[in-house]
Ligand binder design. Sequence first.
Ligand code: FRU
Length: 424
Amino acid sequence: MKTNTEKFGVTPHQPSLWTRADALKVRADDPTTTQPLVRADFPVLNNDVFIWDTMPLRDLDGNVTSVDGWSVIFTLTADRHPNDPQYLDEDGNYDILRDWNDRHGRAKMYYWFSRTGKNWEFGGRVMAEGVSPTAREWAGTPILLNDRGEVDLYYTAVTPGATIVKVRGRVVTTEHGVSMVGFEKVKPLFEADGNMYQTEAQNAFWGFRDPWPFRDPKDGKLYMLFEGNVAGERGSHKVGEAEIGDVPPGYEDVGNSRYQTACVGIAVARDADGDDWEMLPPLLTAVGVNDQTERPHFVFQDGKYYLFTISHTFTYADGVTGPDGVYGFVADSLFGPYVPLNGSGLVLGNPSSQPFQTYSHYVMPNGLVTSFIDSVPTDETGTQIRVGGTEAPTVGMKIKGQQTFVVAEYDYGYIPPMLDVTLK
Ligand code: FRU
């Protein structure tokens, strides 16, 4: 019998492993891989809504694309509730932290536009209420398909379940702004299968989301990355020699690390339009290391595949740790083998003095890294915080071989286009 990979003319592959030994090399506060401190007096994009995961409009090759000179970003967005009795504390004050922490349950896809690649103007919701089949519209990718302005929005329809879906619409521009039309019919693409990717039945804390479609620069085929966990009942995974890696004496104890089973998934399209997909084995697994490798994405540079994914301190396994931020891996071909960038995988982490200052980093092919502000301490002890829900300062990074270096900092939410498409 042919395996899926052989059927689609794709080379069969073994997932690459992010090992415990790799993760032991993670060093918070290394200035070359640490995001500069975000000041507590940051500006807020819009006081009516929280925004977090930011998804720049791009083409299938990864280039951030403007249309008729307008830059466009999509964001996960939720209303702020400063006057809702549900979010008032005992003294009648707005408990913004609780409101912020509840946002995932009411996440919706919104869009914003700008002439300058920053100071984003509010566009509105991408899909009308009732179009998306589930309660939550979670992260994905808007793809500009052509110069007619057609856009495929790939995203995750969550609760009930978690399904990778897409919806087609069109971006329309005028002298005064941008609107999104269509986005009326959501097409389910696939869900976790339980053989390669963990299902909700196998683990109530499973992750399956964040599609990132792309055209492989070498074979020209259409693929998609996504976040998953390795299939199997929760607690049944083995953290063996391969997952542990080459650790020093005394580091063989893996504790309860079998509960952490993140992976970066990949699927290949059976058709040119990306309506019909086949899941393939994960590209990268982090069993025994970390439970979440979120929003995976690529930068294709110097003939290499730079795979980036975001992760948290709280999702690390027993005995290993690292900051919230973006991690990266590099390979000479799409299916690997991948090696961790900077030895450890850490590419851009939060400073330990402000461990939650930013998250959901997205590395663009021009080396700019966008993220959102989560919360920033406002006093020395870190007990008082200011909640963000807005764009963080963009960081400039250089990628050289197997290393990365922070080299610049730009304005809040600076996401300049790499190319402009004139709509017909
Ligand atoms: C990253 C993330 C995504 C998910 C979304 C949910 O910040 O966890 O993986 O799609 O946020 O709000």
